[in-house]
Design a protein around this ligand. Sequence first.
Ligand SMILES: Nc1ncnc2c1ncn2[C@@H]1O[C@H](COP(=O)(O)OP(=O)(O)O)[C@@H](O)[C@H]1O
Ligand SMILES: [Mg+2]
Length: 275
Amino acid sequence: MSDSGERKTRFIAFSSGKGGVGKTFLSLNVAAALATRGHSVWLFDGDMGLANVHVLLGIQPQFDISDAVAGRCTLSQTLFDGPAGIKVIPGSSGKRDMAEMGTLEMTQVVQALGTLTPAADFVIIDTGAGIGKHVTMLARLADTIVVVVRDEPASLADAYGLIKVMHQDFGNRNFEIVVNDVVSVPRGQQVFERLQQVAMRFLELNLVLGGIVPHESEVMMATRRRETLIKAAPRSLTTAAINQIAMRFEGLKVDNENSRAFLKLVGGTARTGSQ
Ligand SMILES: Nc1ncnc2c1ncn2[C@@H]1O[C@H](COP(=O)(O)OP(=O)(O)O)[C@@H](O)[C@H]1O
Ligand SMILES: [Mg+2]
């Protein structure tokens, strides 16, 4: 946190509306790419119902976010070291009460996250699917919302639904679209343009193309070996696309308006390590 009270940590949310489009894959790999480039990076698995960042990494955390919310541990006790030096805060999996968390609990999570991370360069948040409170409260924190889409109608429809809610209900204007798992770059460009046209026509909103990420058959093998793709296949086009996304984020500015609202929520103090 700087002397002016404004934070330096950049918050980036990966969201999508629809599940199964690559949020977790991209959050993890972009986080690892940023860390490899020398930044201190935290990855927060914000999927409150079906968290799986730790599953991808083959780790069984002793505590997860649900334990922190229930007061069984502090948020810092849930942390584990991920690839390339990233710090991972595991989400909770298969716990019904977490999937139905209310505003109060979500506020606690956001506060704890804010007090724990002032020294980080980046906090990457994998929000999980849907457009419920568990997603929107985390997405509101972000300096930019990365909307992950795939080349399929349901993904585009749900991405539009998410953008509409975040824009109309919460005033967000910064959306970066990442078209994932595409057969070709021109096809990814077309998918982006389709979403862009709809957002412009119905919301008068200009979307930014954050990246086009090709399908990569190595992903499955890397996942089985509990490795990030950027490590398992450093020369693949998909790794190159992920690195490009990471490099874009290096130029991302903290949204100061958002920052003030955020500071109000977390009480304006930075109590590192506490809950
Ligand atoms: N670019 C890609 N190439 C190949 N497989 C991918 C790619 N992106 C995602 N996948 C695979 O698609 C599946 C869904 O991805 P995941 O990150 O779990 O989606 P989400 O978090 O949005 O539900 C996973 O098996 C993942 O490994
Ligand atoms: Mg996921």
